[in-house]
Design a protein around this ligand. Sequence first.
Ligand code: D5M
Ligand code: FE
Ligand code: ZN
Length: 482
Amino acid sequence: MLKKELTFALDYALNKGFQIHPDAFEFLENVDSKKLEKIIKDIVRDKTKQKQFQINQNDLENYFGIKEDKDLKVEYKVLFDPSLKITSGEGISGYNSLFVSRFNKLKRIISDRPESRLLKSISAVKTAKTDDDLYIGGLVTARISERNITRLILEDPTGSFEGIIFDNELQKTADLLLSDQFVMARLTLGKNSGFIIKDLILPDIPDQASNRSDSEVFAVFLSDLHVGSKYFMEEEFSDFVEWLSSPDPVARKIRFILIGGDVVDGVGIYPNQDKELVCQTIEEQLKKLEDLISKIPNHVKIFVMPGNHDPGRRALPQPAIPKKYNSSLWDRENVIMVGNPAVVSLNGVKVLMFHGQSIDDIVKTTPGLSYDSPTDVMKNLLRARHLSPIYGSQTPIAPEMEDLMVVEDIPDIFHVGHVHRAQLDMYKGILLINSGSWQHQTPFQASVGMTPNPGIALMVNLKTFQVLHQNYNSKLDNILQS
Ligand code: D5M
Ligand code: FE
Ligand code: ZN
């Protein structure tokens, strides 16, 4: 049966002598019913003036201003996707290869620095007899703070090394080191044959010019929808999707949407999750996601990356959400399924996407970092040039032959989710975005004192890097930290 607002609108037009084309009829069925009366009256008035008495889809697209602007350049490319590279080495030998690969990749990255000419292997340094500075590079196996000193243990493929840090400032730098991250150390031989660490040098991001889009196209950054959870903000998310088809001048320039993981809430992710789900199967959850994003105009490309709630392999790097759970989502022309992490180029702007599971382990072990400021954690990841260094804690890491979590390619935008707090920052010319969430605070989050700021859509002008947002959370007024 037709909604009464739609019946009213159709009767109104018919009484004025209009015909309604079936395409227009279908379009009107999807329009917010509260707005129907005004729309039909406006169009009837305009077309009567033009002495035209048929209403077709074109009229409605003109009215809403959603006719695609063909002049906007839209080019995208998936530059890195682990989905096809995953090999899964087995057990101990797998992890060995992973760490050797990590060491080698990061040594290559740090070799751009002048000091690295002097870099020696740990075994060579151990037998050195010199008063000159020595340089080694290795992965952090331990940092131990005792009274006034910090002991640091590093490992490279030739052996293990222990050095002492006396300097207070350098101890603070050492406190920020993550387990298993790569660092270069400048040392001198101490009087009693031990090594004193004089400086710690991270791979970090060099100064660089970032890429910009030639045309003024916007990309929207979203994550942590948690579709299927009873806390998913379905109404607010639908309002946002509807806004994408509105005459708003920014909405009309949106050509990309990037979803940074936890697209669905999943099944069996935490104890008694079923009591907090409205869709009890992965298939149902993904179908609902598909229904929601099917209302996004076709000229908007949607990149979907998995997080720790999504189906597929849980260990990092994660392949894209497997097609078997929803093949029609995979087959949609404007949907691109990628793994976690992934690098995509949008009109030449490089975006590194990572769900952000490693943040849990990092905030636990690093003084001064917290869930309240995810972009500070993101800066640490960039300095380490690694997305998930800590091995053996909460974040599962697969024994890959190659370490695919090293940040080899320097992005223009670094997009992370997971912590459910939208936040923006800049680091060495890289725009840092934590894209928040579309899930209300869950009982678990309340129990650990986590306050999310959900319901904000962040969007970036890829030409100017200006960031705008749409807020769908009526409870938030001062929402964005940056
Ligand atoms: O994670 C949502 C947020 O909740 C994210 O900031 C991590 C945090 N979280 C999730 N599980 C835990 C545990 N077990 N301890 C502490 N903090 C946690 P999401 O991936 O959406 O569930
Ligand atoms: Fe999440
Ligand atoms: Zn998550």
